[in-house]
Design a binder for this molecule. Structure first.
Ligand code: CP
Ligand code: NVA
Length: 292
């Protein structure tokens, strides 16, 4: 779909997808809207930043309305339970566009980015340093599913959830991958093929920013920490980035940085996710060139 986007124009013709976002967004909103548009579907954006979904009526009632009108729902929420409750009650696909627990569309775009640079993910060693929350969780699950090795370095008290860690370790055992969590940023980064970080204060944690800056400072990806990775290492970030906090400008603005490849791949991966969920996958729509 990335190589020949024109072959898939019209794949979502007649489909309507609604986006409810409780938090701000640049990449996720625009890549979903542009992706739906380029596949011939129609999107509706509902700004939920002023009142959370479920505040006005129950999530199950919202779900039973939506399934009568549209073909899919994309949710960016605070509580992960908002996504799972909607998915439980709606008979149409529900896509997580970031919750406090996970950011799966981001992680899939990141796996595609790593695959483009290194090929087989089973040979890739990814290091994540910073807060062990949504982005780290999804990277652990995605990397472990695909046989990659992921090493997560967080300050004490900011480790990934135990439930996500054990799920990722189970996936890694089946795929041949590996997952480890440490509290030493150098140990996490040593020898890595790619070094990934995320903001220190996530959306909704802005009032903790000053306290977190002190705690997370040793985990800043500056040229010194980055130098412990492999010589060929890539720098990755889901964005938005704060230069001088979680990453030094000298790293994110260097030729080793692939942050805009990651942002581009959000578009391609989410198009694939929607076609998979709403239309049974691209195999039902062979590219025109394959008919020749
Ligand atoms: N990476 C990401 O999800 O960006 P937005 O918050 O801008 O959507
Ligand atoms: N951890 C960040 C990711 C932003 C894409 C947040 O939740 O705000």
């Amino acid at each position: 779909m990335k190589a020949r986007p024109a072959d898939y124009r019209g794949t979502l013709a007649g489909k309507q997808i609604v986006l409810f976002f409780e938090k701000p967004s640049l990449r996720t909103r625009l890549t979903f809207e542009a992706g739906i548009n380029s596949l011939g579907g129609v999107s509706f954006f509902v700004d939920q930043t002023q009142s959370r979904l479920g505040a006005r009526e129950s999530l199950s009632d919202v779900a039973h309305n939506l399934e009568r009108w549209v073909d899919g729902v994309v949710l960016r929420t605070f509580a992960h339970e908002t996504v799972t409750t909607m998915a439980t009650h709606a008979s149409i696909p529900v896509i997580n566009a970031l919750s406090e627990l996970e950011h799966p569309c981001q992680a899939l775009a990141d796996m595609l980015t790593l695959q483009e640079h290194f090929g087989d993910l089973r040979n890739v060693r990814l290091a994540y340093v910073g807060d062990g929350n949504n982005v780290a969780h999804s990277l652990m699950l995605a990397a472990a599913s695909l046989g990659a090795t992921i090493s997560v370095g967080t300050p004490k008290g900011y480790e990934p959830s135990e439930a996500v860690l054990s799920a990722a370790q189970e996936l890694a055992a089946a795929s041949g991958g590996a997952v480890q969590v440490v509290n030493d940023p150098i140990e996490a980064v040593a020898g890595a093929d790619a070094v990934y970080t995320d903001v220190w204060a996530s959306m909704g944690q802005e009032d903790e920013a000053a306290e977190r800056r002190e705690i997370f400072l040793p985990f800043q990806v500056d040229p010194k920490l980055f130098s412990y990775a492999a010589n060929h290492a890539l720098f990755m970030h889901c964005l938005p980035a704060h230069r001088g906090d979680e990453v030094a400008a000298a790293v994110i603005d260097s030729p080793r940085s692939v942050v805009f490849d990651q942002a581009e791949n959000r578009l391609h991966v989410q198009k694939a996710i929607m076609v998979l969920l709403l239309e049974g996958g691209v195999h039902r729509f062979p590219p025109r060139s394959s008919y020749a």
